[in-house]
Design a protein around this ligand. Structure first.
Ligand code: BG6
Length: 490
């Protein structure tokens, strides 16, 4: 089965930070793949803009290299690559001084095509770029702006950023990316919940015992020293990706897939999250930091050694017991955890249902484990439904816990597109369903801010864990205290 490609209208894609890491690893490969899939209409242009003084030819060479290194061999086609780089040009700009913006305006010309300004740059210059674009008359009704996280470090700083962009662009033109929303299985979560009648009746506190969301990574600090040490796992992963997963899992059914219908429901979840204050934080949250160990088969350094600073108290792991104080979820804990240098790269949502109320089977039948629905986001995308069955064969009645396994990779032939491919095309189409609205981002911070304040107030230390494990023992205690256990993800 192959998916259908519907071409989008011609567009101009202007990427600030055009020669940066995101552009190289994600944006250029994603745009190339969309062209290859036949999704572009002509004339579509891509303009790189950043402080480096490159010529258009040098930017084209940069793009060729990005495709060579980040698109798998089977998908690289020389004629297609030539056609792709022919649409690329480059203009050096300086967001602070405004130098280069008039030249950018000249390069864009008076085209009335859809115009996407993609800000793959540090948030400190979002406002400057927006102001300069406006100053040069580049913000037409067909313009959209795309911003990457981090959108602030707190609710107050998120507001400042949103205000700065909002002075120039209307909310319907602002696309705040959370790339987790572009992942295939994340959208499948919506299909699973709202295109089936099976789950909705049991999707509530009467039937669900608890929910677990794990986003585990095996990578460490990578080359992001200055950003990561100021952010930490709570700001880097929990405030955005994990809370977005929680919203899709927990929200009420929206009336339609319309952007505001979905975002209204997600917002209600964020606003229903029970605040974790200073007294509760030590019991409901765990902060961890990895020390030397082994990961992906090799010895790896600890965080502090990688960082070259033995004082840092930045958390590379966080686990939280969250509660959603609303009618549907009252009393159902949501155990959330994420970390670097964990035992496996795996992201999944586990919904554990309540035990059966009464067993008609004798002791010889064995334990009756509760049903679980495991939604695996990556790798090996798929859904597993764990159920009890009778152990086959004659003899007594013995029961067994087995999974109905639906691995998407095995079931469909279609290539699994990178999240950025879908999200960029959604920007061009003007579809904001998979992008965060201003009030959502600020509501997420409103839940995160008191946790950070509590950590600071309590001087809650980071607890060490060995690289290549599932985090500090306190994370195990967080869930086992409640008589539950983390799902074995690997
Ligand atoms: C980013 C974080 O948003 O997501 C990174 O800043 C993290 O720290 C990355 O590694 C994980 O994304 P993915 O798609 O590899 O799960």
């Amino acid at each position: 089965m192959t998916s259908q490609t519907i071409p989008v209208e011609p567009f101009d894609f202007i990427v600030f930070g055009g020669t940066g890491d995101l552009s190289e690893r994600k944006l250029i490969p994603a745009l190339y793949q969309r062209q290859r899939a036949g999704q572009f209409s002509e004339p579509t242009r891509i303009i790189g803009a950043s402080r480096s003084k490159l010529s258009s030819e040098e930017f084209q060479a940069f793009a060729r290299k990005a495709i060579d290194e980040h698109v798998q061999e089977d998908d690289r086609d020389q004629a297609e690559i030539d056609k792709f780089v022919a649409r690329l040009s480059y203009v050096p700009v300086d967001a602070k001084s405004g130098d280069g913006f008039p030249e950018l305006a000249t390069a864009i010309g008076d085209s009335e095509a859809i115009r996407v300004f993609y800000l793959a740059v540090a948030p400190g210059i979002f406002g400057d770029i927006a102001r300069n674009l406006h100053g040069c008359g580049l913000v037409t009704p067909f313009a959209r702006i795309v911003v990457e996280k981090p959108i602030g470090r707190s609710q107050a700083s998120a507001r400042e950023l949103n205000d700065a962009i909002g002075q120039v662009f209307g909310e319907h033109q602002i696309f705040r990316i959370d790339h987790y929303l572009g992942k295939e299985t994340v959208q499948n979560l919506m299909a699973l919940r709202f295109a089936n009648n099976l789950f909705e009746p049991v999707w509530n506190s009467a039937h669900v015992d608890h929910v677990q969301i794990t986003v585990g990574e095996t990578v460490g600090l990578e080359d992001r020293v200055s950003y990561y040490d100021r952010a930490g796992a709570l700001r880097d992963m929990m405030q955005n990706h994990i809370l977005q997963l929680l919203c899709l899992m927990a929200m009420e059914p929206p009336a339609s897939l319309d952007a505001d219908a979905v975002r209204d429901e997600k917002l209600k979840v964020l606003r229903s999250l029970a605040r974790i204050n200073g007294n509760e934080a030590p019991k409901a949250t765990v902060r961890g930091q990895y020390k030397a160990g082994a990961s992906s088969g090799g010895a790896v350094k600890g965080y502090l050694e990688e960082l070259g600073n033995d004082e840092s108290q930045t958390e590379t792991f966080v686990a939280i017991k969250a509660e959603i104080a609303n009618w549907r979820w009252s009393g159902v804990p949501f155990y959330l955890r994420t970390g670097k240098r964990l035992a496996a790269r795996v992201s999944e949502i586990v919904i554990e249902f309540k035990p059966i109320p009464h067993s008609i089977f004798g002791e010889a039948a064995g334990n009756i484990s509760p049903n679980q629905l495991v939604i695996r986001l990556q790798p090996d995308e798929g859904v597993k439904q764990w159920i009890m069955i009778k152990d086959p064969g004659p003899g007594g009645m013995r029961l067994r816990h087995v999974s109905l396994d639906m691995s998407f990779a095995d079931s469909f032939e279609a290539r699994n597109p990178d999240a950025y491919e879908r999200l960029i095309m959604d920007v061009v189409r003007g579809n904001q369903t998979l992008f965060m609205r201003r009030d959502e981002v600020e509501a997420a911070w409103a839940w995160i801010d008191p946790i950070i304040a509590a950590w600071e107030e309590n001087h809650q230390p980071v607890q060490n864990y060995t690289a290549g494990t599932w985090g500090p023992s306190a994370s195990v205690a967080l869930i086992e205290r409640d008589g539950r256990t983390w799902h074995e993800s690997a």
